[in-house]
Design a protein around this ligand. Structure first.
Ligand SMILES: CC(C)(COP(=O)(O)OP(=O)(O)OC[C@H]1O[C@@H](n2cnc3c(N)ncnc32)[C@H](O)[C@@H]1OP(=O)(O)O)[C@@H](O)C(=O)NCCC(=O)NCCS
Length: 631
C-alpha cells in the first residue's frame, strides 16, 4: 500500500487540499512555519493567496519562500513576519523594517513556544510520507519545528515525497497532525554563496591549525564557517555536533574524515538539526543511520554540547571590538542575521573537556575600506557574545587567543590579526583609552603570512611534543612569565648578568627590532593543563659581516631533551633563507652544555676566548675548517 493509500485508509477525514486546510487559519492567528529547506512552500504560497486572512503573525527561523512576497504591500498589510534569524534573501526587507526580528538563543526557542511566551495557534510544516506505523519524518528541518507543532492548536502538514526520512528524534505520528495536504515539490535548495577564495584559504589554514584530530566540531551559520569545512579535509576522526549540515560536509563524510568514532556523546553519530543543500545532500541523509537529527533544544543546549569532549565550535561575526565583544546579528542598527546558537556553542564548548571555540571573520569589510576589528562596535551593533564568552578569534592574518586575557593583552592579540592598514590606528586608539601602555610598539604592519613557515613541531626524546612558532608582540605576558620561571643561573648563562626584572620595557626592547627576517625569535610551547606555555626561546639578530648572533634559553625541566639542538637547525634554515652566511655566539666558558652543542652541530666553528672568559664563536653554514683557538 502506498503511503497515500495508507493515509486515505487510516484518516481520510484529515486529507484535504491546501485551500481547505488553510480555512482553519483565522484572522489574528499566530502561525508557526517550518524552517529553511523544510519549509512547506505550497502551504505558504496558498496561505498568502488565501482570501480573508488578516493580521496574521508568522513565526519562523529561516525564511525563504516569503521573500517572494515581502515587497508586496497586500502581503505586508495582512501578514507580520516575526523571524528568529534574518536570512540573506530577507536582509533587504529587514533593513527596510518589514521584518520584526526576535533575538533569542536557539536552544531557548522551543521553550518560548512550550511555555506559551510565544503563543501559537497554527503550525504549517512539511513532512515525509508516513511509514507503515503511521510515523512521518521531519526530515531536514527538525530544529524548532517539533516544538512549534507541539505548541500549536492546529497542525497542518504538507506531505512531500521528496522530504527525506532522517534518523534521530525526527518522527511525528499522523495522530498528532490535524490536516494533511499531499503535495510533492522539490525541497528548497541552499548552497552558501562563495566566499573570497584567497581570504577563505588563509582563514581555513589558521582554523585547521587549531582543530585537533578526534575533535567534535560545530559549524555556525554563514558562508564563512561553511566554507571552512572544506579545509578540514586533512583531519582524522572528526565528530560532528552542530545545528546545520551543508553540502560542504559531504566529502568529509565520504572520505571518512568525519567518523564520529571518538565522540563522547552519541558516538558514531553526526548530531544535527537541519540540512541545507541540494539533492546530493538530501539523498545522503535519507534513511542514513549515521545521522542523529535532534531538535534545537537538545543540539544547542550548552549542557549537552559540553558532554562532547574536545568540542570545537567554529562560527563567524560581523565585528569584534578590541576588548573582545562580538557582534554577529546586526550591522549597526540594521538586523542582519540572528543570535542563533553562537553563545550556546561558545558556552558549551567552554564547558567541554578539552573544548574551545573559534570565531572566524575576514579582517575587513566593504572591499577593504573598513576594519572588522574595531576600537568600538558600530553605533547600534548588539552584543550577544560577550567579552567573557569569546575565546579564539581568527582572521586571514592569524589567530588571537582572548580567553582569560586582560584588556591589554586582548588589544595586542587583536590588533596583530587586524588588516595591516588598520593596526597602527587601533593601537593609537587603545593608547588614548589607556587600554595599553603609552609607549607600546604597534605590531608589524607587514603581512606575516610567511612566518607560518617558521612553525614546526618537535617530538622530544620522551615523546612529548613542543610546538615552535615566531615570537609575537602578544606574547609579552607569556614571555615575562617564562623568564620569571627560570633559575638565576639559567638567566645568567643567557644574558651574562643577573636580571631581576623582566619588565614591560625589556620586552619592548625585544620587539623593537623583531622583523622576522634580520631579527627572528622562535618560541617553543608545550601544553600544560589545557593551555600552552613557553618552554624555550631561540633567537638570532643581525650582526656584522653577514653573520647573525644566536642565543638560546630552555626551561630547566626541558633541558637535555634535544630542544636547543632542534632550534639551532630551524633558526639556521631561516637565517640561510634570509641571506646570512653563519651564526656567531658568545658563550660563557663554564657553559658546558651550550659549548657541547655548538661543537656537535658546527664541528668546524672558530672559537676565540675573550679576556672575560667568554667564547666568541663563529659558525659558518657552509662548514668552514674547524680551528680551535681555545687557549
Ligand atoms: C644551553 C641550553 C640552551 C641547551 O638547551 P637544551 O635544550 O638542553 O639542549 P639539547 O638538549 O639540544 O642539547 C644539550 C646537549 O648538551 C649536553 N650536555 C648537557 N650538560 C652537559 C655538560 N655538563 N657537559 C657536556 N655536555 C652537556 C647534553 O648531553 C646534550 O648533548 P647531546 O644531545 O649530545 O646528548 C640550555 O641548557 C639553557 O637554556 N641554558 C641556559 C641558557 C644558556 O646557557 N644559553 C646559551 C647562551 S648562547
Amino acid at each position: 500500500m502506498s503511503s497515500k493509500e495508507w493515509l486515505y485508509s487510516y484518516c481520510p477525514e484529515k486529507v484535504c487540499t491546501a485551500e481547505e486546510a488553510l480555512q482553519h487559519v483565522k484572522r489574528g492567528n499566530r502561525v508557526f512555519l517550518g524552517t529553511g529547506c523544510g519549509e512547506p512552500q505550497h502551504l505558504i504560497r496558498t496561505m498568502v493567496g488565501a482570501p480573508g486572512l488578516h493580521d496574521i503573525l508568522l513565526y519562523q527561523m529561516l525564511s525563504y519562500t516569503l521573500a517572494e512576497f515581502v515587497d508586496d504591500p497586500n502581503f505586508t498589510r495582512n501578514f507580520s513576519l516575526k523571524l528568529f534569524f534574518v536570512t540573506s534573501v530577507m536582509r533587504k526587507a529587514a533593513f527596510e523594517g518589514k521584518i520584526d526580528y526576535i533575538p533569542a538563543y536557539l536552544s531557548q526557542i522551543p521553550k518560548l513556544f512550550r511555555r506559551g511566551q510565544i503563543g501559537l495557534d497554527v503550525a504549517l510544516v512539511q513532512v515525509s510520507p508516513p511509514d507503515a506505523f503511521g510515523y512521518c519524518s521531519l526530515g531536514v528541518s527538525v530544529d524548532i519545528t517539533k516544538a512549534g507543532m507541539e505548541s500549536a492548536d492546529i497542525v497542518i502538514a504538507q506531505v512531500n515525497e521528496n522530504m527525506p526520512r532522517t534518523w534521530g528524534n525526527t518522527t511525528v505520528h499522523v495522530d498528532d497532525i490535524d490536516y494533511f495536504v499531499l503535495k510533492n515539490e522539490p525541497l528548497i535548495t541552499g548552497t552558501p554563496e562563495a566566499f573570497d577564495p584567497h581570504i577563505l584559504e588563509r582563514i581555513g589554514m589558521y582554523v585547521t591549525q587549531l582543530v585537533d584530530d578526534g575533535a567534535t566540531i560545530q559549524i555556525g551559520f554563514g558562508r564563512l564557517p561553511h566554507g571552512i569545512v572544506g579545509y578540514l579535509n586533512q583531519k582524522n576522526d572528526l565528530g560532528v555536533h552542530t545545528q546545520l549540515v551543508t553540502e560542504g560536509f559531504l566529502p568529509l563524510f565520504k572520505n571518512k574524515v568525519i567518523t564520529n568514532s571518538r565522540k563522547t556523546l552519541l558516538r558514531g553519530k553526526t548530531v544535527a538539526s537541519l540540512c541545507m543543500g541540494g539533492p546530493a545532500l538530501y539523498d545522503y541523509v535519507n534513511d542514513n543511520p549515521q545521522f542523529e537529527f535532534r531538535p534545537s533544544g537538545f543540539v544547542s543546549d550548552p549542557t549537552m554540547i559540553a558532554l562532547n569532549d574536545n568540542m570545537t565550535a567554529i562560527s563567524s561575526a560581523l565585528e569584534v571590538d578590541l576588548t573582545g565583544q562580538v557582534c554577529m546579528d546586526s550591522l549597526g542598527y540594521m538586523f542582519y542575521s540572528g543570535i542563533g546558537d553562537q553563545v550556546d556553542f561558545l558556552r558549551g564548548s567552554a564547558m567541554s573537556k578539552g573544548g574551545f571555540s573559534i570565531i572566524a571573520l575576514p579582517s575587513t569589510a566593504r572591499g577593504g575600506l573598513v576594519s572588522r576589528i574595531v576600537p568600538n562596535l558600530s553605533a547600534g551593533a548588539g552584543v550577544a557574545t560577550t567579552r567573557g564568552d569569546v575565546n579564539f578569534v581568527v582572521t586571514e592574518y592569524g589567530i588571537a587567543e582572548l580567553q582569560g586575557k586582560s584588556i591589554y593583552q586582548r588589544v595586542m592579540e587583536l590588533s596583530q590579526i587586524a588588516h595591516p592598514d588598520f593596526r597602527e590606528e587601533l593601537i593609537e586608539v587603545a593608547k588614548d583609552r589607556h587600554y595599553i601602555f603609552a609607549d607600546q610598539l604597534p605590531p608589524s604592519t607587514d603581512d606575516l603570512l610567511f612566518v607560518e613557515e617558521y612553525k614546526s613541531m618537535y617530538e622530544m626524546r620522551d615523546g612529548k611534543v613542543v610546538k615552535f612558532r615566531a615570537l609575537l608582540p602578544s606574547d609579552e605576558f607569556a614571555f615575562r612569565n617564562f623568564f620569571y620561571s627560570l633559575q638565576e643561573q639559567t638567566v645568567y648563562n643567557r644574558f651574562f648578568r643577573r636580571i631581576k626584572l623582566f619588565s614591560h620595557e625589556l620586552a619592548q626592547q625585544q620587539w623593537a627590532d623583531l622583523d622576522y627576517h634580520d631579527n627572528v625569535s622562535l618560541v617553543g610551547l608545550t601544553r600544560t593543563k589545557g593551555h600552552r606555555e613557553i618552554v624555550a626561546i631561540g633567537s638570532y639578530a643581525k650582526a656584522e659581516d653577514g653573520y647573525a648572533e644566536v642565543a638560546f634559553v630552555v626551561k630547566e625541566d626541558f633541558q637535555n631533551k634535544g630542544i636547543a639542538s632542534y632550534l639551532i637547525a630551524r633558526l639556521a634554515d631561516i637565517a640561510k633563507k634570509n641571506g646570512f652566511k653563519g651564526f656567531k655566539a658568545i658563550v660563557l666558558d663554564t657553559n658546558a652544555s651550550m659549548l657541547h652543542l655548538f661543537r656537535k652541530v658546527y664541528p668546524n666553528a672558530k672559537y676565540e676566548l675573550l679576556p672575560n672568559k667568554h667564547y666568541d664563536i663563529t659558525m659558518d653554514f657552509d662548514g668552514s675548517p674547524y680551528i680551535n683557538v681555545e687557549s
